[in-house]
Ligand binder design. Structure first.
Ligand SMILES: Nc1ncnc2c1ncn2[C@@H]1O[C@H](COP(=O)(O)OP(=O)(O)OP(=O)(O)O)[C@@H](O)[C@H]1O
Ligand SMILES: [Mg+2]
Length: 1073
């Protein structure tokens, strides 16, 4: 790359590298599969749900860091064998870092961006962990080595800055003063482009100095956020290394900016982009990442020759600051970080597509060199002119200002070159701007002239002070127990250490007493808890009203802490307790990461991977999680991920007096589709208004989006409370992230099996409506009645023995929904209502019963007639294998009813709903039902139908006659046979008996099915002790007994019936006579 990068004239394409990391613990535990493969610089990704369609991408570099590595004695990850395929930090630096360094030394601007989903390894590549140093520290190491090697020919100055962009606000991570409300301003200057005004630039002359500044910045990043758990997936981190090289002999200065950008997790962009949410557009939190995507897309279009009118650099802070890196004066490298696991497929493919676009971008990098002396002279001359103009303006007064603004309007847009031509500029600027320019120029002159050494001395003093603090902290760690912050982002974990020296220490928001440990976080009280360190034992006592969780369990009393105990304070401030050095041993603390804390908490609430797997394998204990459906794993991880967010949302709701409560729910845990297959489970958040019990159900994506908005609102609220900003008017309801208009809510569903229809047997059922988590929401009385085209219910004589007789014939039946009983939804609040929704076979639209309100046992009295004009094989199969899913929808006061739409729905002139369109396409009434043509068409259809029926009846009669001729020769038999073959069904009486027996059997099978479902749902509670487990086993035994009795009963009565029928048939045919 170095050679290529230096030689390329004119255009420089953005270089793109991809890197795939090893499995993380979660993925390993879950038996994740690697879906990424690499050959040279081509990377292939496999869709786990579709093995047929691997996608390949080609990039400048592809790094395999997934496998084939080992850890050496110093903790470095290196290839297992020399020359192995594993790409370690060193080889990544060789390709990417050295090129950037060389470019910078030549005077080019250089940018390195890390893109990828949260936890994909961006920070690992950029910053690194422990001895596995990333690109930034290695780059600074090599930079200072190069400076030393070249010190005879040039004087070099390095300035280090570090900033964070969070919610479109720029936070200086090296700032020593208090944080400015609203963040630092991004300004634009003709020559410099966009820059951050007032950003601290620290002069450095060694790599350890840079490393220490990075550490300082990371600590600031961890603690600077007002109340949230700091999280790099929410913000972008930007390190700027400015290198100034002064070649005294040539009187030339070369200046280059190296931007090193660790972007926020890319899923942020997808999350709120994909889901339809009322407030999708309102958030600024995603703006930078979305705009970056838009800029990259636009530039990629430019590169392939498409006409692009506008590149939206100005739409976000990040893109303003990266303008030169993208399509401008910079040599830019993007590293796209990937997880190898199947459950991350969607994110990984989206990262690869993003990277693919980025690689098309073309920049035009130039060496930034200027003659040092001339620059100072030019600035001085310009200042003289500015001063002259200012004094003249003073005399001319307002007239000049008017003139200025007029000319500004006329000619302003056309101005381009940075040093504008002094005369032209002087005419155009108003006094304030002249003064600002004057000051700016003076500062520039001073910056050029001030001795670099002087700056450096100041920075060194600062550095020494910081160093002393770090040494002091290390000493304390060897003397006292302490708590260590554990952050969702590994990079920010372990940055804060709070020491618990002997005696009592208050921990909380307040820092008023000398014996208090001050922390910030959601749900943290002024005085939250007390640590006491007595005789080398440490205790924690929660104070009234505060939330303290130790190892997953909330505590309310003084509790002794053990080394490596996990503490959660408030909603979600997570700390690891480190005991006295004598207790520590050589344990590996890294396993207690953020996920560990959350899994422990979920397990205490009864949610763990094993319980979910059982759910899926119906209690098969031999099933190991490694065989788990990835979607189930995804649900578990979503649960773990969302749990702390829900706790935070609840705290914010409480503090902002929003009166709503959030609760995680696993959707479809106990629900199945029309074939009885489990529905895909997903995480949802139930939102309940505390005042009037209104309920909403939010999807995961919607909740995550809303949570960002809530944070924004919460931060604003805090800023206003502290008096840092003007108080705003209360938020209108339609922009409030805590609020949503009411919508009908799916409460649960019941299955009405259709099998009996295939035999034209009527069915009457009491159905259990099950909620998402298996709770009984109501009992629904429903009937399926085979009927004639005019709606007359068929009798037992019409029962079919062989369902295939239906093929090609008209089938009519009615669904009757009589009553709903014991509605839990209405029991909980009387001002509610319900509707039942269902979709029969291939109906274009679901149908809904009219809303019934305020009644726990409402009469529905709903009868719908369905017709298949020509029963198809598809319908017949459906009847034999599927159920009609009857959905119970909950209505709340103020929400609109669900209305059946008749769009695309076909009906007979009598008002029957036509289903089975495949069978009806040839004949269904698509013409105007009133027209003459349609009348004759209908008559013809009826004729055809009748002919078909007669034909079928004749066929059956023929067959029967042939059979009887073969079996009996007597005239008496002949006569009896004929007398039994009357009417259209032409069924011998034993067939009718058989049909009746079948009917009884199907009815009893429905009860068997219900019992089976009950068994599937039955499992011991998580907290069960031995006694509880015994009880469970007893219950389970009882249920199994009932189940087998029912099954046996049904089968044996069917057997008896059949035996009786056979006996009677034989008696009649004279075999036993
Ligand atoms: N190439 C690698 N080799 C070994 N471990 C890695 C590698 N890449 C990442 N990891 C590990 O994966 C975890 C997540 O990586 P990292 O913190 O870099 O993710 P990230 O993309 O920066 O996430 P976030 O968006 O949350 O900041 C870390 O524990 C890190 O040590
Ligand atoms: Mg990171």
């Amino acid at each position: 790359m170095r050679a290529k990068g230096a030689e390329m004239p004119g255009k420089d394409c953005v270089k793109v590298a991809v890197r795939v990391r090893p499995f993380n613990k979660r993925e390993r535990d879950a038996g994740g599969r690697c879906i990424i493969s690499m050959a040279s610089s081509t990377i292939t990704i496999q869709d786990p749900r579709n093995s047929q369609s691997p996608r390949s991408f080609c990039f400048d570099y592809a790094y395999w860091s997934h496998s084939g590595f080992t850890r050496d004695c110093s903790g470095l990850y290196i290839p297992e064998e020399p020359g192995g395929r594993y790409a370690d930090q060193g080889s990544v630096f060789q390709d990417l870092g050295e090129g950037i360094l060389e470019n910078a030394l030549q005077g080019y601007n250089a940018t390195l961006l890390a893109y990828g989903q949260t936890g994909s390894g961006k920070s690992y590549s950029m910053v690194g962990y422990g001895p596995n140093k990333g690109l930034v520290p290695t780059l600074s190491d090599k930079l200072f080595q190069a400076i030393k090697a070249n010190q005879d020919s040039r004087q070099c100055q390095v300035f280090f800055s570090m900033l964070e962009i969070y919610n479109e606000q720029v936070v200086d991570l090296l700032s020593r003063g208090s944080r400015s409300p609203g963040g630092l301003r991004v300004r634009e200057e003709q020559q410099r482009g966009f820059y951050v005004e007032g950003l601290r630039r620290v002069p450095c002359d060694s790599a350890p100095q840079v490393e220490q500044l990075m550490e300082q910045g990371t600590r600031m990043r961890t603690t600077a956020t007002t109340h949230m758990n700091a999280n790099s997936s929410r913000s972008h981190m930007l390190i700027i290394l400015q290198l100034k090289q002064i070649f005294s002999e040539e009187s030339i200065t070369k200046q280059s900016n190296i931007n090193l950008v660790d972007l926020a997790g890319s899923e942020r962009q997808r999350v709120s982009g994909s889901e339809a949410d009322r407030l999708k557009e309102g958030t600024a939190i995603n703006l930078s990442l979305t705009t970056l995507g838009n800029v990259i897309s636009a530039l990629a279009d430019v590169a392939v020759g498409k006409k692009v009118v506008h590149i939206p650099y100005r739409d976000s802070v990040l893109t303003k600051l990266l303008q030169s890196a993208l399509g401008g004066n910079s040599r830019t490298v993007m590293i796209a970080a990937l997880s190898p696991a199947d459950i991350c497929y969607e994110e990984s493919i989206s990262t690869l597509r993003y990277a693919e676009r980025a690689k098309r971008i073309q920049n035009r990098a130039v060496v930034n060199e200027s003659p040092t002396e001339r620059l100072v002279k030019e600035l001085k001359a310009e200042n003289a002119r500015l001063l002259q103009r200012l004094s003249r303006l003073g005399q001319e007064g307002r007239r000049a200002e008017d003139e200025t603004s007029r000319r500004w309007k006329e000619g302003g847009q056309r101005m381009k070159p940075w040093r504008w031509g002094a005369v032209f500029m002087l005419l155009l600027l108003c006094p304030e701007e002249l003064r600002r320019l004057l000051t700016h120029n003076e500062l520039q002159i001073r910056a050029i002239q001030t001795l670099w050494e002087q700056h450096l001395q100041e920075a060194l003093k600062d550095w020494e002070q910081q160093y002393a603090t770090i040494t002091q902290e290390r000493r304390m760690m060897q003397m006292h127990p302490y708590i260590l912050n554990i952050n969702e982002d590994t990079q920010l974990s372990g940055v804060v250490k709070l020491f618990i020296q002997e005696g009592e220490w208050d921990i909380g928001l307040s820092d008023s007493s000398p014996r208090s440990i001050s922390i910030r976080g959601l749900g943290i009280q002024d005085r939250h808890a007390v640590f006491s360190n007595v005789q080398r034992r440490v205790y924690l006592t929660p104070l009234a009203g505060s939330n303290v969780i130790v190892n997953g369990t909330p505590i309310s009393q003084k509790t002794e802490l053990q080394h490596l105990d996990r503490l959660i304070l408030g909603s979600n401030s997570t700390y690891l307790f480190i005991g006295y050095p004598s207790e520590r041993g050589g344990d590996d603390w890294s396993r207690y990461d953020y996920d560990y804390f959350q899994s422990e908490l979920a397990a205490a609430e009864g949610i763990n991977l094993h319980s979910l797997c059982e759910e899926q394998t119906q209690g098969d204990s031999s099933a190991v999680p490694s065989q788990t459906d990835p979607s189930l794993l995804a649900v578990f991880y979503d649960y773990i991920k969302l749990m702390p967010m829900v706790a935070e949302a609840n705290q914010m709701s409480q503090e902002l007096h929003k009166g709503v409560e959030f609760k995680l729910e696993i959707k479809n845990l106990a629900l199945s589709d029309s074939k009885g297959h489990d529905l895909e489970k997903e995480i949802a958040v139930r939102v309940t208004s505390l005042e009037n019990k209104q309920v909403w159900l939010w999807s995961k994506a919607k909740f995550v989006n809303r949570k960002f908005l809530m944070e924004e609102l919460y931060q604003q609220h805090h800023t206003e409370r502290k008096g840092e900003g003007a108080a705003r008017a209360p938020m209108p309801r339609d922009r409030d992230p805590f609020w949503d208009p009411l919508e009908p809510l799916l409460l649960g569903s019941a299955h009405l099996w259709l099998q009996s229809l295939a035999f034209r047997i009527a069915l009457e059922e009491q159905l259990e409506v099950l909620g998402s988590e298996g709770t009984e929401e109501a009992i629904l009385q429903a009937q399926l009645l085979p009927c004639s085209p005019t709606g007359l219910t068929l009798g037992e004589d019409d029962i079919l023995i062989d369902p295939s007789e239906l093929l090609g014939r008209r089938l009519d039946f009615q669904l009757v929904l009589d009553q709903c009983c014991g509605l839990r939804w209405v029991q909980q609040a009387r001002n509610r209502g319900v509707q039942i929704g269902f979709r029969m076979f291939d109906s274009a639209q679901p149908l809904y019963t009219p809303a019934v309100w305020h009644n726990v046992n409402p009469l529905l009295d709903q009868r719908v007639h369905f017709t298949s004009l020509h029963t198809s094989q598809g319908l017949l199969e459906h009847l034999q294998t599927s159920a009609l899913v009857l959905e119970l929808w909950g209505l709340q006061e103020g929400c609109r009813d669900m209305v059946s739409s008749l769009e695309g729905v076909r009906m007979t002139p009598e008002g029957c709903f036509i289903i089975d369109q495949a069978g009806a396409t040839e004949t269904a009434t698509t013409v105007d039902p009133g027209s003459e043509l349609s009348c004759s068409l209908r008559a013809l259809q009826q004729d055809v139908e009748e002919l078909r029926n007669t034909n079928a009846a004749l066929k059956t009669e023929n067959n029967t006659l042939r059979d009887q001729l073969n079996t009996t020769k007597t005239g008496a038999e002949w006569g009896r046979g004929r007398s039994e073959m009357r009417g259209s069904s032409l069924r011998p009486s034993c067939d009718a008996e058989f049909a009746r027996a079948l009917k009884v059997f199907y009815h009893s099978m429905t009860s068997v099915r219900v019992q089976l479902q009950r068994l599937r749902r039955h499992r011991p509670s998580e907290e069960s002790d031995l006694l509880g487990l015994r009880l469970f086993v007893d219950e389970q035994g009882g249920l199994l007994r009932d189940f087998s009795e029912l099954l046996e009963q049904s089968v044996s009565s069917l057997k008896q019936d059949v035996a009786a029928i056979v006996r009677r048939k034989r008696e009649r045919s004279g075999i036993w006579s």
